[in-house]
Design a protein around this ligand. Structure first.
Ligand code: SPV
Ligand code: MG
Length: 431
């Protein structure tokens, strides 16, 4: 009897999957691969049910003889092991980023003479509705909020990208790339105080009030599903911060990062060029403890950001603060630097990790941008935040367009570098 292999990464079985099983059955004994959570989150939406529940779901399907875990999105683990006579898949992977996976599977099959069978992909109103329902579920506060903690367990380094509007949120949500055969995407969104303020034409000095910052979160949560890390600046007065924590939890935000500064906060990238005052260890610890006491869910994280390196207070001060803030209840530590080289960040991570193996470390490599995610992870970093790159790429593009239209007294000269009207209207999902 021939063996047929198909890989599923769905949380809900619909007509399309049943069709695949039916077609596969005609060719031989059906083995279904359940794509592991670790592999799935690199190119699909986050799962709404556990890997174990997905295995049970697939096992219960009539015609499925066996379910195995597939750990590699490129099928490198399962194909040489099972050597199926056939691999069956919906033909939607013939185009788009998934095509590289299909190409790779073809190569693997060629090695021993296996065959690839593409089945016409089923996409009708029912399937579309299921897709939308899953997306809605992922966007719900109670599901979204806990996702950062889930991701920290699933991936060596969580990648967060700046978002400051519905549109930038959509870019973070939907961008999937294929590079060297593998697919990848961002895991989370960072609502930067710098970019949120800049988008409003205001300086990054806690001038944009919380109500307005929450409005930005609303704009983003309405159209996305990925978890949110909120830049809470100094957190404000402790008496105010406890309310902020509750509001963020209610909105489904996963984490707030507050920095150990007080008085008029300026952007860290100014460093010591402007007057900035660091809060004492006691003041910051009290704020963290009050926030932790106020929070109602176990999902939410309060991450303490240390400005000692920015303000040139030394490594020992940074480390002492990190340990004190963890003792006060912080769920993570963000260490910041504005040096071009990552040395002081790596030194901090290595030294902190000597005494603390668990507490997540967050870094924002805006200045020390040559370091890769892999290198950061090797030094114990758990979350990397690309804090402002969408804003910084959009601004010069818009400015150049404005200048050129003024120069040429028409828009023809800029047209080649614009997104088409057709593309922009299809960017936005319609219900
Ligand atoms: C932000 O993005 O607003 C930050 C990071 O706080 S930084 O601008 O580097 O201070
Ligand atoms: Mg900020």
């Amino acid at each position: 009897m021939k063996t047929v292999y198909t890989c599923f990464c769905t949380d809900v079985i619909h007509e399309g999957h049943l069709n695949i099983i039916n077609e596969a059955k005609k060719l031989g004994k059906v083995i279904v691969g359940c794509l592991s959570d670790e592999a799935l989150i690199r190119y699909n939406k986050f799962p709404t049910i556990s890997q174990e529940d997905r295995v049970e779901l697939y096992k219960a399907l009539e015609g499925v003889e066996e379910v195995v875990i597939q750990n590699d999105m490129l099928y490198n683990d399962v194909i040489p092991e099972i050597k199926p006579d056939y691999i069956v898949h919906g033909d939607n992977w013939k185009a788009g980023p998934e095509k590289s996976i299909r190409d790779h599977v073809e190569l693997l099959l060629k090695e021993y003479g296996g065959k690839l069978v593409d089945i016409p992909y089923t996409y009708n109103e029912d399937v579309k509705k299921i897709d939308l329902q899953l997306k809605e579920k992922l966007a719900m506060p109670e599901y979204r909020r806990k996702r950062l903690r889930q991701l920290l367990k699933l991936t060596p380094i969580v990648k967060a990208m700046e978002a400051h509007s519905g549109l930038t949120g959509l870019i973070v949500e939907k961008t999937v790339v294929e590079h060297e055969g593998k697919l990848d995407q961002f895991d989370a969104m960072w609502i930067s105080s710098l970019c949120d303020s800049t988008a409003k034409g205001k300086p990054d000095i806690e001038l944009v009030d919380m109500t307005s910052r929450f409005r930005t979160i609303d704009d983003i949560t309405e159209v996305t599903t990925k978890p949110i890390i909120f830049d809470g600046d100094t957190g404000g007065l402790t008496e105010h911060f406890v309310y902020t924590v509750r509001s963020l939890e209610k909105m489904g935000v996963s984490a707030v990062i507050i920095e150990d500064k007080k008085g008029l906060k300026k952007n860290s990238l100014f460093g010591t060029e402007v007057k900035q005052t660091q809060a004492t260890i006691e003041e910051m610890s009290a704020k963290i403890a009050a926030g932790k006491k106020a929070q109602l869910t176990d999902d939410f994280m309060i991450i303490a950001r240390i400005e000692s390196l920015i303000l040139e207070q030394g490594m020992e001060d940074a480390l002492a603060r990190a340990h004190a803030f963890v003792a006060a209840g912080a769920d993570g530590i963000m260490i910041h630097s504005r040096k071009k080289e990552p040395d002081e960040i790596l030194e901090f991570c290595d030294k902190f990790r000597k005494d603390n193996k668990e507490t997540p470390i967050v870094v924002v490599p805006s200045s020390f941008n040559t370091i890769t995610e892999e290198e950061l992870a090797a030094h114990g970093v758990n979350i990397v935040i690309y804090a402002n790159q969408l804003t910084r790429s959009a601004f010069p593009a818009m400015q150049q367009t404005a200048e050129d239209i003024l120069k040429y007294h028409r828009a023809k000269e800029v047209d080649d570098r614009l997104m088409s009207i057709k593309q922009i209207i299809t960017l936005i999902d319609e219900i």
